[in-house]
Design a protein around this ligand. Structure first.
Ligand SMILES: Cc1cc2nc3c(=O)[nH]c(=O)nc-3n(C[C@H](O)[C@H](O)[C@H](O)COP(=O)(O)OP(=O)(O)OC[C@H]3O[C@@H](n4cnc5c(N)ncnc54)[C@H](O)[C@@H]3O)c2cc1C
Length: 456
């Protein structure tokens, strides 16, 4: 009997919770039909769940925040091991370390750390993304140029391995797993139940929003790329260039600065010099308020939002990295794509890299894209299922058209259409990741369509 050996809360197809428990954040995917979903409350529940699934030869997936772009934390007919109830956040002011349950969601983490000690970790902007998926794939956010990717602050973690063993992982204990857990992607080596991160003091920040008419796109894109040279841009700034569909009539640069507006103003001067600016807003606020702005929780989300809102959405997003300033032909490709969109909520966004992200070697952790100038996010959102194909095709055509000007892709923006995903996600770190996979999970217990197990 399942209930005899799975512990935590077991949700079966006849349970009242089942319908809400079997959907991904991305409503492009219809509800899945897992045999069971087990909500684990502690590491022992996860250990039993992995053991049960392996013993009964039942395929399974691990889920934290449920925000996988391709719904890789769900499956039909198997077991979903859900860690979202392991969501504690404890900060130790003496050690400077935050202990965070693998199911904690980003806004809850930021709020807890702020309330407890005015500290934070460099995570992503969406309120409801889970810490596990984010960290295991890298994790980029609005303080990353100062403090690095989320995985760069990781000190240690607890993981349930392929044999159901509980593993304490750090630089000194199972260093190969520690290396792989910082960029190697979720669901590849084990089920993480707790992370320990170094946290950093935060106080007031400045946020900014600059806007131009859409027809200024070439000048704005060129000016942005020159200004955001990863070696030169002040580490305290993270900026996002948003290039939406032409019909929206505007392009914008938004971002955050760890400091006061009077220090920020001269740093933004090269952007102010780009002709035709129609709007300029710079505002100081407590760090936690800025977190909420970028999560789309306050003010006007249309204007401030960088990534995501805390509801389910139907979307197709993908990514690529740029290491060069775009040529005129690359800019032409971008303009053409944005002139012929399947719907108004179609855009490409450039997130600035460099700073602390780039000060770590490409092979020091499993995350390989550290020397990029920016991460490109090709995004489209819609609501009518009849429009699915047109939107998915637009993103794929756009990504392909940009291939001559870009390299790689971000594993956390997973995309089932990328055929060469092992190379694109992991680049020069792929061989080492596969060796670690073979050592720790030789029977491919942790598997999914873009899992490293598909290759060993
Ligand atoms: C709206 C939105 C905004 C986003 N914003 C950002 C951003 O600002 N910065 C950024 O870097 N990324 C961002 N992302 C991408 C995000 O990092 C990935 O989607 C991430 O994988 C989500 O993690 P999750 O735990 O919520 O998802 P899940 O779907 O639960 O998990 C994602 C993957 O990790 C695996 N996994 C989950 N939990 C565990 C665990 N405990 N142990 C081992 N494997 C596990 C899953 O099996 C799955 O393969 C955003 C995504 C969305 C949808």
């Amino acid at each position: 009997m399942v209930q005899d050996t799975l512990t935590g809360t077991v949700v079966a197809p006849w349970s009242p919770l089942y319908d809400t428990a079997r959907v991904d954040y991305n409503s492009l995917f219809p509800p899945f039909s897992p045999a069971y979903i087990v909500y684990c409350q502690k590491t022992l529940d996860v250990k039993r769940a992995v053991h049960w699934a392996v013993h009964h030869k039942v395929p399974f997936r691990i889920r934290s925040g449920g925000h996988s772009y391709e719904a890789y934390s769900l499956l039909n007919g198997g077991l979903v091991i859900d860690v979202s109830r392991i969501n504690h956040v404890h900060y130790n002011a003496v050690t400077g370390i935050a202990q965070i349950g693998a199911g904690a969601k980003l806004l809850d983490i930021y709020q807890e750390l702020w309330d407890q000690s005015r500290v934070s970790i460099p995570g992503g902007s969406c309120a409801t993304v889970g810490i596990a998926g984010l960290t295991l794939g890298g994790g980029f956010g609005l303080i990353s140029r100062k403090f690095g990717l989320t995985c760069d602050s990781l000190e240690s973690l607890t993981m349930v391995g392929a044999r159901g063993q509980i593993l304490e992982v750090s630089a000194s204990r199972h260093p190969d797993l520690f290396w792989a857990s910082r960029g190697g992607g979720g669901n590849n080596f084990g089920a993480v139940t707790e992370f320990r991160f170094r946290a950093y003091p935060v106080s007031d920040v400045s946020i900014f929003f600059l806007q131009w008419e859409w027809n200024r796109l070439p000048e704005v894109l060129r000016g942005f790329q020159q200004w955001s040279d990863p070696r030169l841009l002040d580490d305290r700034i993270v900026a996002i260039l948003t290039l939406p569909a032409a019909i929206t009539r505007h392009v914008s640069i938004s971002g955050q600065f760890l400091g006061e507006p009077r220090e920020l103003l001269p740093l933004l001067a090269p952007l102010f010099a780009i002709a035709g600016m129609t709007e300029k807003v710079i505002r100081a606020m407590p760090y936690i308020d800025a977190v909420k702005h970028f999560a789309g929780l306050s003010m006007d989300p249309e204007r401030w939002i960088a990534q995501g809102v805390p509801n389910r959405e139907t979307f197709k997003n993908t990514s690529a990295y740029t290491f060069e300033i775009f040529s005129d032909s690359a800019i032409g490709v971008i303009q053409a794509a944005l002139l012929h969109v399947p719907g108004p909520a179609s855009l490409v966004q450039l997130d600035t890299y460099g700073g602390a992200i780039a000060r770590i070697a490409d092979n020091a952790t499993a995350f390989p894209h550290r020397k990029a100038r920016a991460c490109l996010q090709f995004q489209t959102y819609w609501s009518e299922p009849a429009q699915n194909n047109a939107h998915i095709r637009w993103v794929e055509n756009f990504r392909r058209a940009m291939l001559p000007y870009t390299i790689g892709a971000y594993v956390n923006y997973c995309d089932g259409n990328i055929k060469r995903w092992p190379r694109d996600y992991y680049d020069g770190n792929l061989a080492r990741l596969l060796a670690i996979k073979k050592r720790w999970d030789p029977h491919n217990v942790f598997r999914f369509p873009q899992g490293l197990c598909q290759l060993t």
